[in-house]
Design a protein around this ligand. Sequence first.
Ligand code: PLP
Length: 376
Amino acid sequence: MKPAVYADYAATAPLRESAREAMRPWLEREFGNPSAADTYSQLPRHAVREARETIARILGARTDEIYFTSGGTESDNWAVKGRALACHGGRPGHLIISAIEHHAVLEPCAFLERLGWKVTRLCPDREGIIRPETVGAALRPDTALVSVMAANNEIGTVQDIPALAKAAGEAGVAFHTDAVQAMGHIPLRVDPAPVCLLSASAHKFGGPKGIGFLYVRHGTALEPLHHGGGQERGMRAGTENVAGIVGMAAALSESVSEMEHEQVRLEELRERLILSLREAGLDFRINGGAWHLPGSLSLSFAGQDGRMLVYLLDRKGIAVAAGSACNSREIAVSHVLSATGVPDRYIKGTVRITLGRESSGEDVDRIASEIVGLVR
Ligand code: PLP
């Protein structure tokens, strides 16, 4: 059952009605395999093609540059490992990532390090920003990929992706961005910036779980990780998740159409929450900086235990997160908060509040008053 107040949109978002309706025929009646040769498979094949066209149009990409995957984790793994396999004839080389990437990028890099690859982890500034000049300084002749996320899942910091991609592109190095948190929430196109690879996941913008895509710029060398049937033009084997693909395209279209309005509304809600906490005189800091995802708020309360706050809020019917949602059971201090220099007095008292489509002013007031009560 949905909690009374849901403020953990960075973990996942409720399924949009438009996505549910778009998926219904493919779940209930039309079971054809889009890669089969029979006439019955024409309808699902057409639906997958339309979804691919919709996503490509939104991104400013070519239709044949969109590859469907099982979500953000697979897309990130494919970008990092697929790129590594495609370069230097399989011999170990060098990768550049930011120190605040999601584990879906960090872990494939750690895996490659065990195989002899070298990985440079770029440090962000206090607001979580990766400066393009740090990319330029870290490049080596054997660098196969630069990967910097478009928006951070813990502190919401939004990067200057065109500038970062340009820094890599000018040296002829492929650039990947994990856009899982950004897609559908802030404007994102691949045509003005030399982005070669981009990962996205449907459940973060109101689509179903277990479906996502990887954008692969035409001409970018990339090895497939899934071998089998010839689906996705031989690049990602496995029968297509027709309902998921169609639902993802519907959800993305709707998110993009609401984006401008939602950005303003969510920022107002975020400000209202901050104001209430300030008025209560609590000792807290806001992590990240001016460039952040709308409605994303990482707060650290001095001397508090963030996990305990999350637990107690949960018991009051309020869903928020302590660190990154995907590793919220982890005891260790978050690598993102450490890398951005959150002081010791605050770091363990961190709560992540991420607002979204169904968040209201009443939700925000309730969150503020419960936090004030608990912290006091
Ligand atoms: N990348 C980022 C930035 C994320 O926030 C997440 C999930 O929280 C992922 C990747 C993984 O996406 P998925 O849940 O679709 O595997």
